[in-house]
Structure formats: C-alpha cells, structure tokens
Design a protein around this ligand. Sequence first.
Ligand code: GLA
Length: 506
Amino acid sequence: MNFMNIFVAVAVSASVVVGAQDVFASDNGVAFLKEKEGHLACAKKVYSLPGVRFMHKIRPVDAMAEVSVSGLPEGLVWNASRRLVEGVVDIPGEYYYKVNVENGDSTVQETVSLTVSPDLQQPTPFMGWLSWNVVEGDISDEVVRTVADAMVSTGLKDAGYDYLVIDDLWQAKAREEGTGFPSPDSIKFPDGMKAVADYVHSKGLKFGIYSDAGSKTCAGCFGSYGFEEVDAKAYAGWDVDLLKYDYCFVDGADDALSAYTRYKAMGDALKSSGRDILLYMCEWGAREPWKWGAETGATTWRCTYDTRDGWNGTPGGIGIVQSVEGMKDIWPYSGVNRFNDADMMCVGIHGKGKSSNDLVEGAPGMTQTEYRTQFAMWCMWSSPLTLSFDLRKPIAEDDLAIMTNPELIAINQDPMGQQAEFIGEDANGVQLYFKDLANGDVAVAVLNMGDKTQEYIIDFSRIDALDADIPYKVRDLQARTDAGVHEGIMNVDVASHETKVYRLSR
Ligand code: GLA
C-alpha cells in the first residue's frame, strides 16, 4: 500500500541514527535539544504520588562530572554513592531541587521540578490493546465491540489491560465542511464514535483514539494540524480517554523544536477540552522526546519506529534487536508519569499480522522464548504494555500466560516507575539489567542476545542496588518459582534469545 511505502521511506532514512537529531538537524532543533538537556542526561521534570516511595537517578551529560543535590523537600535524601534522590513526599505540591554538576573548576546548577500529586494521569505505564498491527483499515464499530468483549472474557482486563485504542483509518474521507469536525467513517462507525466509546466504557475499559500532528495521518487520513482545538473538543465529547498522536506529513517541520510546538498545541487543547485525555506521543524517538515530551503535556512517548514481529529487523524494521538498541540506554529519562514507550508487543501474533509482518529477517513471527523476552523487557523498561494480536480470534493458553504473568506485570506496574538500568553486555552478547522496586526489592534481568545457550554469573557487586555481602531470597519471575537464597553471585543458564528475570528480596 502506498502509505506504508511513504512511512517505510521515512523510517529507513531516519533509522540511520538512533536518537537522530543529526538526521533531523536544523539549527533550531539542535539548539532546542541542547537547551532541554542542559548538563543533565536524565529527567528534569519528575513526578511522584504522595506517600509512595520516589526515586530519581541523576546522571550528568559529561560522564566525568560529579553531581550532588541540594534543596530537597522534606522526605527526600541524596544517596551520593548511587547518585540518586530517594524517599517519600507526603504533601502534594510543586517542589524544586538543585543539582550541582562539577567538573574541575567549573560548577553549574540545574533545577529539577517535582510534582507530587494524587491525580497524576499515568502513575504506572498504561496497559491495553492497539488495533494497528493486525487490524489496520478493517477497524470498525463491530471490531471494537468484539475486542472489548474479548478483553473481558479472556481475563486480559482483570490482568490490567484496560485501554482499547483504535489506531489509524477510523476517519471519514474528509472533515465536515465548514465546522472542520473530525467525523468517523460512516460505514465503519454507523452510530458514530460516542456509541463505540460508550460500549467500551460499559465493559469497564477505557477508550483511545489516534490522530497526527501533520496535515495527514501516516495512512493518509486527515491529520489534526491546525485543528487541535476542534479535535480535542470532539474527542472529549466522545468521552475519549487517550490520544495516540503520530508525526507523519509534517511538511518539513522535522526538527525537535517544531515537534515540541506541535505536540504542545495538542497537549494544551486536550487540557482545555474538559476531559482528562492521556497524550501518547508517537514521533518514534527520532527527536529524543524523552528530553522534552513531558513539557508538552504528554505522559508517554514512543522511542522507536514500528515494532515488527521478528527478532531482527532488516533496515528500517524494528525487531527485538532494534527495540533493545533503542531502549536500553534511555532509562534515566523514565519515571512515574513519564514513560519511554517501546511500541506494541507482537506476543500472540505469530506472523499473522498486517503492518507488523514486513521488515524482518526470515519469515515474520517469533518463538515463544522470543515473545517471552519481549514481554519481560517491556516490563523491565516500564514501557506501556500494549498488545496488538488478533483478539477477534481465540487465543492460545500459552500466549495468554505470557501476557498475563502477574509477577512480571507487577514489575512493570511498580509504583516507583523506574526503567531498568542497563549495566552492560558481555562478549557472548549477554546483557544485564536491574530495576529498583518500591518495596526495596530489586529485579534483575539477564538477556541473551546471542545464538547459543550461555552459563552466566550474576555478580551482585556490579549492581549498585544490591549489597554483595548479604543473602537475598530470589524468585524466578518467568518460571514463577522460588530460586533459593543467594549471596554475592548467582549462576544461571540463559538459552539463546531468552530473558531470565529474578526478583531479589532482603
Ligand atoms: C505509524 C505509527 C504506527 C501506526 C501507523 C498508522 O506508522 O508509528 O504505530 O499508528 O502510523 O498509520
């Protein structure tokens, strides 16, 4: 299809550099990113729920610089050895603290803003189902109702998946003349969008919709550029809960500053729409949205191009290999109410999708071990958990078990919202990650990117959240079994493309 080619062309050119301000260079955009970053390679606008343990890891742009923090609100302390702020703030409010970045003779200060509120839009990553990968243009009132029913009957809703999001191609051929109202396609949605949203809500689910910050969506329907207020009002009138907002057809507005301006226009329009609508940015990570997305009103942003149903993507395609590449190093920018999104998971698709089928090595589809790795890493990264398999058909028990593993979901939904820190990869392609959890436990993941089984030693002294001199009770979260008590090290076998995830408690 034509529109796919357009998108693929964009994806291919932009995939040359991950975090591609070079690709989308303009003086304005580069200066904007530099200003947003300042001297810190971590989030500067952070959030916490009152009374819930908070953590903010501070990392400088200049790796040699020393950091310290002053002016912390009551309840928070600076942990100098781990370079993080931690604690609990009980009283809601807007707080500010200073980070001092010292290198040799020079010291600069950066200000961090901390919002403590019981009303955060996305305290934990949202969970749900998106229509694009398997449904594409077949989206309709009937499909939405079928999927909503299935989300309930399969137990996915009970497992936490409560957003049903329709993607592109729901729109009429054109906006309503005169008013500009964004009508849905009247054949696909004969009773309008409000009827569909009402049905989704009647099942105890939330309803999401899709648009684009350009003149057209990626599939060529009308976009929202210049119509932000009209559209936000229409969505609010339909009782929409989430807007996925894409970045195709932006007519040269490719740099980060332009993207910021366009996303902020929609963020502001949603804020004054009269309804609480979550803004989910989708500019594919090309302009480092983790540095500025929170300031547009968004609470999550896509960090890669479209995931494909395969281990390794061909140029422009995002298999697990490319998802890992795009996600592993941006952990300092994630946190409560500001999540790095790794896109829809392909678990359960088995090569039978539509848009997820191309741009992979070999045939589309992955092994169950690879799907388990995808699920585990999305949980470790605190990515929104979005399913995209065909819910119009029966689902295999084994697939359902992967998606509903409550112990991995608990890691994803941990109230401290930390993205797993990447420690490194060894010569055999085995990667090590850890994630601080709100109750003081630590999740450790060992991901084997290589093509042979490896014996691997988890060395606790490499994980600064652990004390190498005390014993930990270990739980295997993939197998859902206890894995004994370990001190200092732990030996594990990790098959090719497998991810082992352990939860360690003192
Ligand atoms: C882009 C997005 C996808 C999907 C399609 C719809 O490719 O990245 O997730 O929304 O557009 O056209």
